[in-house]
Each structure stands twice: as structure tokens, then as C-alpha cells.
Write a new protein. Structure first.
Length: 469
């Protein structure tokens, strides 16, 4: 029996038409509707309307207080405020603390531009940045659709894009939180899509553009850089097998990456007289997840944003001095409590893949649409690993890079502290892999059922001919 690959099918809606006994090649209403709903443009528009519709509904039940914290994202809003006020890239806390490298600059610069035009911490600024974040999140459905289609077939691409459309975190973050999550998810999805194209490219311009895209991603959210060696390395190995100038192409990509990120490195060295790799707050994040008061994931009440003593210490020591102190304290605690560190790391691993912001019992008491969104948000990451295994079993060429992202991207959060918003940049890929795990058995079942129906119809026709004769 010939094994059917992912390209043997067209879309999940085609499967449903086949299951109903209809010919998807004809011009029936069902086939036209299925084709319309499978278009990435349709999915993007629906995703945006859902996100902005929820924001508009909540806004109509306001007013809500606008502050320097939520919805303007604590450190993000504070840095953007300083930029808009002409104080430079500085002061991530709710006191003036001087220059900062707390986070990479692209999203704070975007928010600062909005503050400059529409007012610092104003209602108009909140409306504009929320609309932009909703657009970022909705547009992410397009590269998700393309990644799934290129890697596993159109059924996976369509399913993954619709999964993203209704995914709880992908709706929550652009509406409720002014931070880089939605922008980072879009940029990282574009990087992954570009990786699928670079697999077969030998054009110098394409490789240079790939490096520039990585640089843009690094300045959006530095966490995605952890996957660069694995994705670039995978491409380089494939290129080496077929192209004599593979080293020049990879070097051009890396040089463009370095060129894009170099202004940020130069600025940090000028401000701190020290080389800082993208951001400087690792020591604090490590300490928040590894100290005597940590209950298992992290001790958020010790964050200098919310703790007066820690904030005063931050201002006294300066940003780099404070981060160095917290890193030393965290490392000392880990060395003194290795068993607790392993246990907390295991808790953070589980939280990364199944995290909920509220008890499951309380969620199940909510309305049906909320229960459905929670079930989807809980089930979809658990389908990622079967998706990877299925891709490996079928010797799909994208198994290695996709598995590398799944394994490598969250590593830093396992040892510091986890949150669904930290995982969010790789959620587009998780949607693709989870959809592959779902779409493959559905495609097999519907195709088999359609074949059985066709055989039954043929047998019935033969019987009628025989009786007529």
C-alpha cells in the first residue's frame, strides 16, 4: 500500500467536502466556501476583527485608568516615556536610574514614537499601539499558513493559521499587554518562513537579506537569537552539499546580521563602557527564579518594579552593578541548593508547556467560549511533540530545524523563570506542528472514507448495469 504524503491533500475543508461525498473539483458552494476560508487573507482579516473587536468591546465598558505600568508594560512603557521626553534610552523602573540595556530597542522605539505623536500614557497612544499589536498578531497567520503549507502541505497550513486565529494567548497579549510579544511572534514566524525558502537558495542577495532579518529579530526580542546557530547551521550543511561557495554565502548572511545589530552594541558600549550582548538583565531574571523565597516558578514580588528595597538597591548600585549582584546571589543559591534548583526547573518546564494564569476549576466555570479557548491553549502545545515525531518518522526535511527551535528556545526560561508570554514568539511554530499532528490523521481518515464511498458507488453502479442486462 502506498503511503500518502502531506501533499496528497489540499485543505481541511476539502476533506470535509470529500467526507460529504462531494467532488471538490466542481464549482459547488461548499468547495467555493472552503477555498475562501482557506485563503490566508481571509484568515488574517478574521483574526484582526476578533482581536480588535474584543478590545473595542472592553473599551466600551471603560473608562479604565491609564498608568505607567499596565497596560503600557512596565519597563517597556518607562523606556518609551524616557525616549519621548528626550531623556534617552533610560530608566526602565518607575524612578530615574540612567541609561539602560534592559531590553532590545525596536519595540520601545516604536512605542516612543507613538508617545511622541499621540501623548505619553494617553488614551490615544493606547488605542494606536493596541491596534498595531492586533495587526501584528493577525498578520502572523500569513507566515504560519505559508510555513505549514511549505513544510507539511496545505491542510496543515490552513489548520495552523485558524488555530492561531483562535488561540487564547494570541488574542490576549495584543489586546491586554503593551509589550513586544505580538511583534516578536510575527518576526520569528517570518524568520522561520525565510528559513524554509533558504533551504534551496544560492542567491547572495537572499542570504544577505536572511541575515538582516535575523538582526531585526534580535533587536525585537533577543531570545530568538538562541536558535540562530541551529537554523543557520542546518542551512549551511545543506548548502555545503551542493554549492562550492557555501562559505561565502553564509559569511555574507552573518556579516549582514552583525551590521544590523552593531548600532545597538556600539550604543551600549558608549553608555556602559562594557560589551553587552543584546541585554543586561539576565542576572535579575535568574535571581527571581532562584532564591530562598521562590515558591517554585519565580518570586515576582521581589522585582524592583514592585519592591521598594530592591528598587532602592538598583538605584544605589546602578543597573550593571545590581545585575551582577543578583547573578552572584542566584549562582550561590543554586550551588547551595542543587536539589531545589532541579525541582524548580522541572516546575518551570511543566509551566512552559501547560501554564495557566488561573486555576483550571475557575476557568471551567466560565462561559463556553472561554472554556473552549482554554482547552485549545492547553491541548495545542501537547500536540507539538507528536507532530515532531510524525515529521521525523516521515523523514520530513524540516524536522531538524523545527525540533531545534522547540528544544532550544525555552532553555533559558527553564533556569530563570517561565511565562506563556516568554514562549509566545515560538507559538506560531507550535501551531504548525500541532496542526500537523491533527491534520495528518484527519486527512488519512477522510481520504480512506472517500475511497470506500467511491468503491461502494462503483459496486452499486455495476450491480445496476448487471440487473438491467
Amino acid at each position: 500500500m502506498t503511503r500518502r504524503g502531506p501533499r496528497a491533500t489540499e485543505s481541511l475543508l476539502d476533506y470535509l467536502a470529500l467526507a460529504a461525498g462531494e467532488n471538490v473539483a466542481d464549482a459547488s458552494f461548499k468547495s467555493r466556501l472552503g477555498s475562501f476560508l482557506a485563503r490566508p487573507g481571509t484568515i488574517v482579516v478574521v483574526a484582526f476583527l476578533i482581536r480588535f473587536g474584543i478590545y473595542y468591546h472592553l473599551r466600551s465598558h471603560g473608562p479604565y485608568p491609564i498608568s505607567q505600568t499596565l497596560p503600557f508594560g512596565y519597563e517597556t512603557g518607562r523606556i518609551a516615556r524616557a525616549l519621548a521626553a528626550g531623556e534617552g534610552y533610560s530608566s526602565p523602573l518607575n524612578v530615574d536610574t540612567g541609561p539602560t540595556a534592559w531590553m532590545t530597542p525596536l519595540f520601545p522605539l516604536l512605542l516612543a514614537a507613538i508617545f511622541k505623536i499621540f501623548g505619553i500614557y494617553s488614551w490615544s497612544s493606547w488605542l494606536v499601539i493596541t491596534t498595531i499589536n492586533c495587526a501584528f498578531s493577525a498578520l502572523t497567520a500569513w507566515p504560519i499558513h505559508a510555513i505549514g503549507t511549505r513544510a507539511f502541505g496545505k491542510a496543515t497550513g490552513v489548520t495552523a493559521a485558524w488555530m492561531w486565529t483562535f488561540l487564547r494567548p494570541a488574542i490576549f497579549y495584543p489586546v491586554f499587554w503593551v509589550w513586544d510579544m505580538s511583534m516578536a511572534a510575527l518576526v520569528f514566524a517570518l524568520i522561520l518562513l525565510a528559513t524554509t525558502y533558504m533551504k534551496d537558495s544560492e542567491r547572495p542577495g537572499a542570504w544577505a537579506g536572511y541575515g538582516a532579518l535575523w538582526g531585526f529579530g534580535a533587536l525585537t526580542n533577543a531570545a530568538m537569537v538562541s536558535t540562530l546557530p541551529f537554523l543557520m547551521g542546518w542551512l549551511a550543511l545543506r548548502l555545503r552539499a551542493r554549492c562550492k561557495r557555501w562559505m561565502q554565502l553564509v559569511a555574507a548572511s552573518l556579516m549582514m546580521f552583525a551590521l544590523v545589530i552593531s548600532p545597538w552594541f556600539v550604543r551600549n558600549y558608549t553608555a556602559f563602557h562594557k560589551l553587552i550582548l543584546f541585554r543586561d538583565n539576565f542576572g535579575l531574571e535568574l535571581w527571581l527564579g532562584n532564591n530562598v523565597e521562590n515558591p517554585g516558578i519565580w518570586s515576582g514580588w521581589l522585582h524592583p518594579n514592585d519592591n521598594d528595597a530592591e528598587r532602592a538597591l538598583f538605584k544605589k548600585l546602578g543597573e550593571l552593578g545590581y545585575m551582577d549582584l543578583k547573578q552572584r546571589q542566584a549562582v550561590e543559591w543554586i550551588k547551595a541548593h542543587p536539589a531545589e534548583f532541579v525541582q524548580d526547573t522541572a516546575h518551570r518546564f511543566i509551566d512552559n508547556w501547560t501554564g495557566l494564569d488561573e486555576p483550571i476549576v475557575d476557568v471551567l466555570r466560565g462561559p463556553w467560549y472561554e472554556i473552549g479557548s482554554v482547552i485549545l491553549a492547553e491541548i495545542f502545545p501537547l500536540l507539538v511533540f507528536p507532530g515532531v515525531l510524525l515529521a521525523s518518522r516521515r523523514r520530513n526535511p524540516y524536522t531538524v530545524p523545527f525540533a531545534a527551535v522547540v528544544l532550544v528556545f525555552p532553555l533559558v526560561y527553564y533556569i530563570t523563570h517561565t511565562s506563556l508570554r516568554y514562549r509566545h514568539p515560538m507559538d506560531p511554530l507550535l501551531c504548525v506542528l500541532a496542526s500537523y499532528a491533527l491534520a495528518t490523521p484527519v486527512a488519512w481518515w477522510v481520504t480512506r472514507r472517500a475511497g470506500a464511498q467511491a468503491e461502494a458507488s462503483g459496486a452499486s453502479g455495476a450491480g445496476q448495469v448487471s440487473s438491467a442486462s
